[in-house]
Design a protein around this ligand. Sequence first.
Ligand SMILES: [Zn+2]
Length: 392
Amino acid sequence: MLTRRAFLHTSVGAAAAVWSGSSRVSVAKYDLLVRGGRVIDPSRRLDAVRDVAISGGRIAAVESNLAVADAASTIDATGKLVVPGLIDIHTHARSMEMPAICLSNGVTSLVDAGSQGVDRIDEVIAAAKGAPNRVRILLNVARTGILPDGELMDINRVDVAAAQKVIGAHRDLIVGVKARLSRTVAGKNDLEALRRAQAITGPLKLPVMIHMGDTVAPLPEILALLKPGDIVTHMYAPPPHGIFDDSGRVLPEVIAARKRGVRFDIGNGRVAHITWADAERGLKQKFVPDTISSDWTDAGRTDQVFDFPNVLSKFLLLGMPVDQVIAMGTANAARVVPGFKELGTLRVGALADVAVLELRDGQFEFVDNDNTKRTGKQKLFTTAAIVGGKKA
Ligand SMILES: [Zn+2]
């Protein structure tokens, strides 16, 4: 027997099916309605109170005062931010459980940035396939993946042909190559490792993500080997060989690299990847990140990084407006990862990946990689995440 409410939904659904000429009969016009939140969609420069309707896994409408009766279920987002699903382009969510933790933080799409190489990539592939959110992979240029003693200390660990074969077998999941180039990882092999990373990715037209900071080679020599679309992570790494010259100015080679299409990413992490002073120095000179990412690991869950909204909130503390911070974790991130172009937006017709966040006022402590504490007045928390129209 139909209740009155279900009957009304059925009527609306049937009528809609007739009007659209579709044979598909749905019970409600919308599967889910996220109501009354402050919608920040940097892809459309939208920042206003709106309802977001989802149907068939896609954004169906972003308007004021959509009818509750048209929706099978609702989320009340009053007083909250409604943003595209967060995209974290540098994590180490390499185990089966980790992507789900990211999703609970509003991260609907993420990249495992080079945890594993050719030898053990199947572990990350399995984690990506089993994840409730979208996980893509950067293959570590060294076949061993990350080694505590430095995977590139022996350059023979880079096998161009073997890497290309693995990428070819998993083109749907592997979106590029990661090369960690610091002194403790690559020693004097930094430039040669990067040349080989380019030999792998060049024919496949995929990006390389390099991990900069404390390299043997000066940064300009490294940047000279990057092609448009490549990504530099840990952009605010402290010296030696950061983005600044000795007087604290952003190096001309760094600005030139950005001009020809190289992207610059945060990669918060825990050790020698970012300090307040270096971030402030860069921001003051308007050398802002293209993307903010966490470099989240198991150890980072309880130290410095914690979660992606925490990392985003550090840039609120540094004076960045909230819509710009959201852009760096959504629309901008979607542009730099192959296969993510359709993401990071709430435009009608887009895949319905949505995060509902709360921007709380208060006193919140944040730390940089030197463990210097600062107190911020605002912090982002995740209330709900929606992947492909389904509430997580
Ligand atoms: Zn990393």
